[in-house]
Write a new protein. Structure first.
Length: 327
């Protein structure tokens, strides 16, 4: 079941970028975390929630900024999702719709985490995996109101300078450099001029725009030389390859098809850069999480924060915050 509780009068920062992301991510890993971090994230949730599955009544679990159900997928793989009453909240319709499609027993609510439309004091566990911190400290503190006496707050939070932070920052910079080259708008200009030539027009404009685009190809080569082919999630390489291929075989492609593709690519680059910027901006420093623990204590929640570290290098992945409401 999906409930839409968003306020249409309220503007949501970065919500369009995330809606675009979740619409494009339908084939991605449900857990929402990849690479070496995935193992540690999975073990964290299994230990944190699994230790609470001891009673006879099903736990009521609220997953805030749930995305496509990263936490739900881990519970489902462990055979635990059917033992809890799971409710996932996210501002993205696409994310919640995908979560419900994969986990029909779950409840999905489309809402702003800064204004949760849920009955207070109703959950045994309130959790979030790299989500609620995007809404700021106030939103994290407000989660306490959703917990019953003795209920637990379990969060994975982005950390400043951590492994994920560094990866996001590098990808953000790659996307910004791509935008700064003006490769996409000049490609669009060149293709318009090229199609005009195919339709019998003069070549002067095309020769000018195609000549200017050569320098932009060199700029993309420089980005890939410094950052690798994975720069900006591989978009730099794909644009370099595909624009070149289309240009070589231009008569095979329809004009509007090519221009629409370039417009969509520009939107994708802007959306990606916005998401990476949001991830970096939401990351919390050690002093910030320490202050958060003190504020939670004022709300009768005893919490502790520990770094989640990789076993191989000891690099920090995230902050893991756990705590319980005083009875």
């Amino acid at each position: 079941m999906i409930e839409d509780q968003t306020d249409p009068r309220r503007e949501h920062a970065d919500s369009d970028a995330w809606e675009h992301y979740w619409e494009k991510a339908l084939g991605a890993d449900m857990a929402g975390v990849s690479g070496t971090a995935a193992q540690f994230v999975r073990e964290f949730w299994l230990a944190s929630i699994g230790s609470n599955l001891t009673g006879t009544l099903p736990l009521r679990v609220l997953d805030v900024a749930c995305g496509r159900g990263g936490v739900a997928s881990i519970l489902d793989e462990a055979g635990w999702l059917g033992k809890v009453e799971y409710c996932g909240v996210d501002i993205s319709h696409a994310a919640v719709r995908s979560m419900i499609n994969h986990f029909p027993s779950a409840q999905g609510v489309v809402a702003d985490v800064q204004d949760l439309p849920l009955l207070s004091g109703n959950f045994d566990i309130v959790c979030s995996q790299f989500g609620v911190e995007y809404a700021g400290e106030a939103a994290i503190l407000d989660l306490v109101s959703q917990l019953r006496a003795g209920g637990q707050l379990i969060l994975l939070l982005h950390c400043v300078g951590g492994q994920i932070y560094k990866e996001c920052y590098d990808q953000m910079e790659g996307a910004r450099e791509l935008v700064q080259t003006e490769f996409l708008p000049l490609s669009m200009e060149m293709f318009k001029d090229a199609y005009a030539v195919l339709e019998g027009g003069e070549r002067r404009a095309y020769e000018g725009s195609s000549g200017r685009l050569v320098a932009k190809f060199r700029a993309l080569e420089d980005i890939m030389r410094r950052r690798g082919r994975g720069a900006a999630a591989g978009m730099v390489y794909r644009l370099y390859r595909d624009v070149n291929q289309i240009h070589r075989d231009l008569p095979r492609f329809q004009r509007e098809q090519v221009l629409s593709w370039l417009q969509a690519a520009a939107q994708e680059v802007a959306s990606f850069a916005g998401r990476m910027d949001g991830m970096c901006a939401s990351a919390m420093s050690e002093s910030q999480v320490d202050a958060l623990v003190l504020e939670l204590a004022k709300r009768r929640l005893n919490a502790k924060v520990e770094p989640m570290l990789t076993a191989e290098s000891g690099a920090q992945i995230a902050w893991q915050l756990t705590g319980a409401m005083r009875k």
